[in-house]
Write a new protein. Structure first.
Length: 321
């Protein structure tokens, strides 16, 4: 096949119809069209292949394993999820009533995947879309004063991870280990400041630019999770509950501030969310689809939903076709 059979010239995601194509043919298709796929990924930011036979976690892992390499574990992650195989996780396990705002995976960390693979084994009766937003467009549409302040000051993400009992994730689950020395080596390698508390809990501080350049295209992209780490994200009821438990918001399970230690206002967070919402799209899920996302070019989130839903994800350094 000499050209990719897309159903539209532009869009997010770019849709590619592949009726009746089995795994072997799909892998061959990807190899034959490798350069076009990579070019379209850099242009659109995400591609959804439709009508593939993806009926299980094992089939999903087999397919993505054939077209990619160097899969990453969800180490240092802050979203609740279950590891299903060596490379596959549930996409998230937040309550179905929650709407997960836009983010680039592990953008608060020093190490993140460049490519995300999603598939939906069980579409929800209502809602449950995986939101997408072009991170280049976010920078273009965002208030220039906000962009300038983030670029000038940078961002510091603060996490307080308990020792197996408390609110939020434990350090054991976050780093997929019970070995403190292994965790400390990871933190030193990636310049994460860490402090152990007498209770066995762990405080982490991670410096981040917040706005970066894409490693291939050199385009400026919005690459942060300031809203998700900000106390205003919690809602009034949970914020008040945490206030009663902790001496300051910096001791909450998650917190964020500018790199110079100054605070990020609730008004700024509101404007950020409003701007991103204006360019967010919500493509519906069907079975037998493979969504490939450039994690730097495109932010993603999740709509609230009803009923049962199962979306799985794998994270990799690159496409290898």
């Amino acid at each position: 096949m000499n050209t990719i059979p897309t159903t539209q010239e532009v869009g997010l995601p770019l849709i590619v119809e592949l009726p009746g194509m089995d795994q072997n043919n799909f892998v061959e298709f990807c190899k034959t069209n490798a350069q076009q796929i990579k070019d379209q990924m850099l242009k659109a930011g995400a591609i959804k292949f439709k009508h593939l036979n993806i009926d299980s976690v094992e089939r999903f892992q087999s397919i993505v394993g054939d077209i990619s390499s160097k899969f990453l574990n969800y180490i240092d992650g802050n979203s609740p999820r279950t590891k299903l195989t060596d490379a596959v996780y549930t996409s998230t396990e937040y309550d179905p009533s929650q709407r997960i705002t836009m983010h680039n995976e592990l953008s608060y960390s020093a190490k993140w995947p460049n490519v995300l693979f999603f598939s939906c084994l069980i579409p929800s009766p209502t809602g449950g879309e995986t939101f997408l937003a072009d991170s280049r467009e976010i920078v273009r549409k965002m208030n220039k004063d906000i962009v300038e302040e983030i670029e000038r000051k940078g961002i510091v993400y603060i996490r307080n991870l308990h020792n197996g009992k408390g609110m939020g994730p434990s350090w054991q689950d976050t780093f997929e280990t019970t070995d403190k020395q292994q965790l400390e080596s990871y933190c030193r390698k990636y310049n994460i400041d860490f402090v152990w508390n007498s209770s066995g809990s762990l405080k982490l501080k991670q410096q981040s630019k917040g706005i970066i350049r894409h490693p291939v295209t050199n385009e400026r992209v919005w690459f942060n999770q300031v809203d998700q780490f900000h106390p205003s994200h919690l809602g009034e009821e949970l914020f008040e509950a945490l206030q009663a438990l902790y001496p300051s918001p910096e001791e909450f399970p998650m917190f964020v501030q500018f790199g110079d230690g100054t605070s990020i206002s609730e008004e700024m967070i509101s404007e950020i969310l409003k701007t991103i919402d204006e360019i967010t799209v919500a493509p519906p899920w069907d079975k037998n689809e493979l969504l490939i996302v450039d994690n730097v070019l495109v932010a993603h989130g999740r709509n609230s939903f009803t009923g049962k839903r199962k979306v799985i994800v794998a994270m990799a350094e690159q496409l290898s076709v």
